[in-house]
Structure formats: C-alpha cells, structure tokens
Write a new protein. Structure first.
Length: 219
C-alpha cells in the first residue's frame, strides 16, 4: 500500500495489517513478542492499512492503544465496514456509515489516515446510487477531519462519470496494481492511494527494481 500526500510532498509506504504468523522470524525478529509487532512494524514503515475494521467494530480504547504504539508521523488507514459497501443499494448505507465512523476511530488523532471504502468485484457502477453514497461520507467526526478513498473492482467503473463524481466529492480513487481489477489512475482528491497487489515471491521486495522506480515516479 502506498499513499502519496500531494500537498505536503509526503509518500508513505505501508502494509495491510500486521498480525501474520508467517512473518514471525522473517519480517519480525525471532523472539519478538506478539504485542510488540505493531510497534516494530511502525518502526520500519510509515503507514498500515487496518483490514480488521472491515469485518468487525473495535472499542475506542483499541484505537487509542494503537496510536500510542506508533511514531507521531505514522498513519493508519482503516478499511470501512463491509456493512457499508456490500449492499445492493448504497444510498441506504447512512446508518452503517455513521456507526463505523462513530465507533471511536477519532481516538487515533493525527494518526488517522484515509478511510478506505472497498467494494466487491461484483458491484457495478450505477451513477445515481454511487453519487448518493458519496454524499453520505462525512467530512468530519467529533471535530476530526476525515478523508476518503474508494476502491472499485468492477470494469463498469472505468467511466468518466465515476471520475467526475469522485472529483466533485474530493474523494480519492484507489489505484490498484492488479491483474484482476481495473486500474483507474485519475487523481480526484488531495492525496493518492495506491494498492500494489501484483508482487511476486521471486522478488525479495515483491516488485522488481524497474517496477519500483516506475511506481515511485508515478506517485
């Protein structure tokens, strides 16, 4: 995951989650306790995308605890609840959206990065319904400004009308480097969010050097 904050000239490189057993003894040093894995990951990266928030809610104390374990300039991207995005009529997601942003995410303070709204690969673009969904995304919660990014994965979203909607709303379109989903590279917000999903095991860093240079240049 890569997030580029254009106004500040910052590029953040991150990972999706941090609690993975295969990483122990490889990415994480031997003997590192599980409760220190977030602290260690945050010392090597500048952002983490939290996938757990897609599946369940958390208590405010949990978000506050994460914030205390990472440096001041670190950010968390939170994947929004599936109950917000996995629905036939997106315009009816208001209650679920309010519940998600109101669960205590503001406890992250200045470590709260964009909220990622990820849609199923079967979700098609319907202009009026998607426009209604974008209008439901709050600009702030409890006095804390919120930023939003949408990841769409159906080819029907490769439509100028979709780009226009996001640009008008100031919502970023996630650029996904994936063999399975459309890559929409239009800049529609005040930051760029890229999900690099085409890494290969044969490369120690996931991507060959040339691909890394190309990604950095496009950011």
């Amino acid at each position: 995951m890569r997030e580029s904050e254009q106004q500040q000239g910052i590029i953040r490189a991150g990972i999706g989650g941090w609690t993975y057993e295969p990483w122990r003894g490889t990415f994480y040093p031997e003997g590192l306790t599980q409760k220190r894995e977030l602290e260690y990951a945050a010392s090597r990266l500048t952002a983490i995308e939290v996938n757990g928030t897609y599946y369940s809610s958390f208590k405010p104390a949990t978000f506050a605890g994460w914030a205390k374990q990472v440096p001041d300039d670190f950010v968390f991207t939170l994947k929004a609840s599936r109950y917000c995005t996995n629905r036939k009529v997106l315009a009816e997601a208001g209650e679920s959206i309010a519940r998600f942003v109101g669960q205590g995410i503001v406890e992250l303070g200045n470590r709260l990065g964009p909220i990622l709204w990820q849609f199923m690969a079967t979700k098609r673009f319907e202009v009026d319904d998607f426009a209604a969904f974008l209008r439901l995304l709050p600009a702030a919660q409890d006095g804390v400004s919120l930023r939003h990014a949408v990841q769409v994965r159906h080819e029907s979203f490769a439509d100028p009308a979709f780009v226009t909607l996001c640009r008008t709303a100031g919502v970023a379109i996630v650029f996904a480097d994936s063999a399975d989903y459309p890559a929409i590279a239009d800049v529609t917000g005040d930051f760029v969010y890229a999900r690099l999903e085409a890494g290969v095991d044969e490369e120690p860093t996931g991507y060959a050097a040339a691909a890394q240079r190309s990604s950095a240049a496009s950011s």
